[in-house]
Design a protein around this ligand. Structure first.
Ligand SMILES: *Cc1c(COP(=O)(O)O)cnc(C)c1O
Length: 353
């Protein structure tokens, strides 16, 4: 084999959820929000002049960072923004998970974490969830090179109480603890208030789920000014102009409308609670989700077969070919009408299962 072929960086890539495109589909497979972004986002995009695309965007993302700092009551020096949490988390892994000690995260969690570790050659150790799929805080007390987990966790939907996150922070004064709050607006409790007491905490949130802006690719990290400064140093060593002009403006407009965020997340939460009742009546079991999806299993039907039957009917959900969860489906909460169509399909399917 040629030397340049041998030198290729071998990676097993993260596999994102399918993005099918059928006019009649019910898309419940990648945790998008069924409601549109805030009205001000639409208006901002309408006013965005194509002529401005000639110029580079602001590398400091000042307009967006200042809006986020104001909304979350922190200083702009505590805010880092990137092209979705996938970009923000990759920068965090590259910047902070840089020792010989293993990074800790759960076995059942966001599947991108081990991919970044492999890509950046970061050692890691996987901590199995308890039988009920909850995170075991005691597993995170041994010496480590960093800790990362989503809260609520994905794909389980289970929220960890803030007291347990505080336990992990208190016992890890030498480690950075990253809390990935992609779903926190759907009923979890944010760790942001703990920033005052714990300098080893970094909180990551995204505009992709609760703010209905997955297509805009915007997310942020909040932490101490020293940590955010270190993140910026790495970002400027890699790609200075990350967020495009339209997303910078649209993101700032979204953050300014807190009432709309509350209104639409409340609608998703109400539909989620109704979905829990309906699915429980049909015999499905699931952890108590505080996110915009349910992670369900049924003793009388095979998850993969059901996944495929749903796909035939153009109802898309997510099935993971992974240990412990092969008989589970992750179902995103859509509109009430979409969920009603799902319930009708499932009732009929279970009759013949
Ligand atoms: C969706 C998701 C992300 C990534 O979202 P972006 O669209 O890249 O912001 C990060 N973490 C978890 C746990 C997610 O579910």
């Amino acid at each position: 084999m040629k030397r340049y072929m041998k030198a290729i960086r071998q990676v097993v890539p993260y596999v994102p959820g399918d993005q099918p495109d059928f006019p009649d589909m019910i898309k419940l497979n990648t945790n998008e929000n069924p409601y549109p972004p805030a009205p001000a986002v639409q208006e901002t995009l309408r006013q965005t002049r194509a002529e401005l695309l000639r110029l580079y965007p602001d590398p400091t993302a000042h307009q967006l960072n200042a809006a986020i700092a104001k909304a979350y009551h922190v200083d702009e020096s505590q805010v880092f923004t990137g092209v979705g949490s996938d970009d923000v988390l990759a920068m965090i892994f590259l910047t902070f998970f840089n020792s010989d000690l293993p990074v800790f995260f759960p076995d059942i969690t966001y599947a991108f974490y081990p991919v970044w570790c492999d890509l950046f050659r970061i050692p890691y150790e996987i901590k199995p969830l308890a039988e009920d799929f909850s995170i075991v805080p005691e597993d995170y007390l041994a010496e480590n090179g960093g800790i990362v987990f989503p809260n609520p966790n994905a794909p389980t939907g289970i929220a960890m109480p803030l007291s347990e996150i505080e336990d992990i922070l208190r016992h890890n004064p030498e480690s950075l603890v990253v809390v990935d709050e992609a779903y926190v607006d759907f009923g979890g409790e944010s760790a942001l208030p703990l920033l005052n007491e714990y300098e080893n905490l970094m909180v990551v949130q995204t505009f992709s789920k609760s703010r209905s802006m997955a297509g805009a690719r915007i997310a942020f990290a909040i932490g101490s000014p020293a940590l955010i400064h270190a993140l910026h140093d790495v970002k400027y060593s890699f790609n200075s102009y990350t967020i495009n002009r339209a997303s910078l403006a649209a993101g700032a407009a979204s953050v300014a409308d807190d009432a709309y965020l509350k209104e639409t997340t409340a609608k998703v939460i109400a539909t989620r609670e109704r979905t829990k009742k309906e699915l429980a009546e049909m015999g499905f079991c699931f952890p108590d989700s505080m996110s915009n999806f349910l992670f369900v299993t049924h003793s009388e039907c095979d998850a993969k077969a059901l996944f495929e039957a749903l796909r035939e009917a153009h109802i898309f959900v997510r099935w993971f070919d992974a240990p412990r969860i092969r008989n589970y489906l992750r179902i995103t909460i859509g509109t009430d009408e979409q969920m009603d169509a799902l319930f009708a399909f499932l009732k009929n399917y279970l009759k013949y299962a």
